[in-house]
Design a protein around this ligand. Sequence first.
Ligand code: ADP
Ligand code: ZN
Length: 731
Amino acid sequence: MARLRVLLPLPLAGAYDYRVPAGRDVPPAGSFVVVPLSGRQLYGVVWDGEADPDLPERRLRDIVEVLPVPPMTASLRRFVEWVAAYTLSPPGAVLRMAMSSPSALEPPAQKAGWRLAAAGRRAAQGQGQGEGRLTEARRRVLDAMEPGEVYTAATLAAEAGVSAGVVRGMAGAGLLEPALLPAGAEFPRPNPAHPGPTLGTEQGQVAAALREATAARAFGVTLLTGVTGSGKTEVYLEAVAECLEQGRQALVLLPEIALSTQWLERFERRFGGPPALWHSELGSRLRRDTWRAVAEGRAPVLVGARSALFLPFPDLGLIIVDEEHETAFKQEEGVIYHARDMAVVRARLAGAACVLVSATPSLETLTNAGTGRYAALHLPVRHGGASLPEVAVIDQRRTPPERGRFLSPPLVEAVRETLAAGQQAMLFLNRRGYAPLTLCRSCGHRMRCPNCTAWLVEHRVRRTLQCHHCGHAEPIPETCPECAAEGSLTPLGPGVERVQEEAALLFPDARRLVMASDTIPGPAAAAEAARAIQEREVDLIIGTQIVAKGWHFPHLTLVGVVDADLGLAGGDLRAAERTVQLLHQVAGRAGRAEAPGRVLLQSWSPEHPVLEALVSGDLDAFMEAEAESRRPGHWPPFGRLAALIVSAEDEREADRAARDLGLTAPQAEGVEVLGPAPAPLALLRGRHRRRLLLKARRDVAVQPLLREWLSRAGVPAGVRVQVDIDPVSFL
Ligand code: ADP
Ligand code: ZN
């Protein structure tokens, strides 16, 4: 009897061996199957390679069933293995991400419905004998029906405007006959021939190059850069059109799909219909239908969050990573991976073109373009002759805000002028809530999270203090929990809610809108906000980093950054790079149409290179300097990093395990291990955390080193060691 290997979506070391029952066909590699495992039945995938011939027959169990879904392609199987090896995760844990909708593997349930019977068709044409007796209601039902189409009784009744009883009566009279509705949801096919916008000369050239790269039907990476508002989206949609014409599937990754309503509108304008969507807020039914439609090749274009990389595209021809510099592409839990980097791998394994898009690309990607590994295309000017906004710093030391306020006089004046001119203004502060810290004025006690090394953030609208790391929330106490002083708790520093309060005092007539993750919780709220701003129902937008995302607001001409120094304080490897990217993106929201834009950055250190780069607009020079500062120490992208995060509920256990790891650290040429040290978030969700950082030269393969290290050190039960290859967060 044949044996084969089945990989299960569980964190096991590898595939398990199973037997094909006698007389049954051996399913090819990639087939989805049902197999028994310790008394349960599980879905798995027939994996490549030989089963162990020496395993005794009695230890083998039979495959129960082969599921009626297209088998997982070899390229996706190789991708699962690649990601597992790179991130040091069990392959089954990665497979789990590629089987994220188990119900999609089951044969879709077919619903019963009705279609025209022969007698009904004759009656509809006025030929039947029953013609004379056809009531007005029955007539309407027949008019609503296309021959051959199947309808549920409910939709038919609704479309014809009759009661369900009429439909039942017609079935009884033989005018309708029962039929099964087609299984699975229908997905629209975006039409590449649908006329899109007329591209400008440079746009046209770049689009042609992208089309060529896609038509090559081979792996290659292209970096598409261009100033904010230059039309990068319109241009890369041409690559999507080419991919459709090639008959292959296209995947577009967006960092915050829930905020992408404007993007979707543009997609529909270009292709006459929507793409399929994939993100965490998709309901389970739509998830199932989408997964299945992708597997069956019925969803030619899919737009999604990072997890969409693991969907079962049968013939992927193009992957676009929009805003490739975004840290949202890094998954920080479970299998820790960077979707931008894994997109390149997926494209290579699928023989697809990959396009990385950004106005402010990451140093990693710029370096790859610099060495010629990636092709590079650039759009130098804004579409429609719009100019780039003028950026200036407001030196807080010279013109500080009033006591207890956060907006300095020049910024207040600029907002006033903008509003008076009938234009829109935006105030940006990357901090949710009212105040980041609550302090007792009598004893100095600071309100902190019981589970994390973090201050509690006041959310005044909800009257709570919240931890932004673990979700802990408590009502704002009347008295200090430490010294019991009454009314002594004072908010320190601003969040967007507090800026909004100040704006309400300063500009009482302006219609204000706060855009933060708690006020814009999902796609519907984002769409409504975008509509209200576009239709000028809003004068002043106050927002966190969600306002930096790709929005196009033609009437917005002023952007004020309340605290341009904020991101620089943390001081990790990429603090400066990230601050430049974020503030340049926010600035890029201003003046995108006829009226020129203006950007004011409030800062206490205007001479900082980050602020100088933003004012001069010369980001290339800034990134070059950034590269030169990282090169000598072999910091990424000129060297490799891997973080080990050791955590345990017991503090001493965490310390001991971290110390043991430190003592057994690999010693090799070009490798250095820093730590252990308490993580900045030394306590997170009740677990004590310690960090070690392995830094290696680029030519060192860190995975084998890490694997050996971890097996040598041995991790006691109760202690968890997370491996973060190419860490983005150092918390
Ligand atoms: P970017 O992604 O580079 O910031 P977008 O693609 O968002 O730029 O383009 C900015 C705005 O200009 C969008 O509203 C877009 O629809 C519009 N636009 C860009 N190119 C064209 C064009 N060739 N014809 C019409 N509108 C365009
Ligand atoms: Zn917490």
